[in-house]
Write a protein that binds this ligand. Sequence first.
Ligand code: EPU
Length: 302
Amino acid sequence: MRINDNALIARLKELGVELRPGVSLAAKTSLGIGGTTDQLLLRRYESIPEVMRLLADNQTPHRFLGGGTNVLIDDGELAWVVLHLPPAHPGVRLEGNFAFVDASADLGGTVTFCAKHDLGGMEGLIGVPGSVGGALRMNAGAYGMQIGSYVREIELYRAAKGDLETMRGDQIRFDYRHTSFAPDDVMLRVKLELPSKPYKEILAGIRICNEKRRSSQPLNQKSAGCIFKNPPGGSAGRMIDALGLKGHRVGDAMVSDRHANFFINAANSSCADMLKLIDYVRDRVRASYAVELENEVIVWRN
Ligand code: EPU
């Protein structure tokens, strides 16, 4: 989707928005899959409601892209523009046991930054790629912890109201890889409350999690992490593995031979091939186990 209206382009610029035309989203996602569209970088949070009104008035469909690590995006010319909050380094401010973090901050960088200031609790998240905003939306978790447990306040753009809002942590439901946010809510900033812990102790925990992850997950290949959520009481990876599907391919989309719930873009996979692989594996699991696997990866179709 291209923005060609000069008046709109000028107004967006006044609102601090940088327009990058014809960006390949394959380069912006960990799967390396995705078509082309215009990208808008929102440099001023306070102008977001106005930007959203402008896009609506101009019938310009849009989606928010965070770190791009848990999303499978369609091929070709996309039917919507992509909005993006510019990365923040480190994007974290500390006050006692509270960490005020920008949604665009890198999750791993945030865990490390807090650790260096003797604030722990998030060790399990160290190898989870992506932004803090994405982690909040999905309630990212690993090794027995989840980010939602530490959330005390979130500042977000609520599309339903067309305005910015601050919510308390206890107003939000954080479930397994799911939250009560509306799909079009946009995370902007979060206040986390983290337990005090000596850096050395946190580092030891981080090393253990890193080691577990390295030994069981294909970290150096293009993936979106786990493709399916685990069914209640079960393990998607174990079931897919037991069906002998490791290494199974549709074009360049492949079930990882290291962890069967990671699907890899082995070279130049299309979104279409990745979707075929997802459907094939889901069908096989349904046929053998009578279990319906639910996507963990978020799919953006045209
Ligand atoms: N297993 C197999 N074969 C495989 C993969 C796993 O037999 O190919 C077995 C393992 O041996 C183990 C069990 O399945 O007995 C569970 O595997 P693992 O410990 O790797 O955990 P998981 O349930 O597959 C979950 C999260 C991961 C998270 C790890 C560690 C989901 C869908 N996945 O994986 O999160 O990193 O636990 O806590 O909840 C993600 O969300 O993208 C993700 C990767």
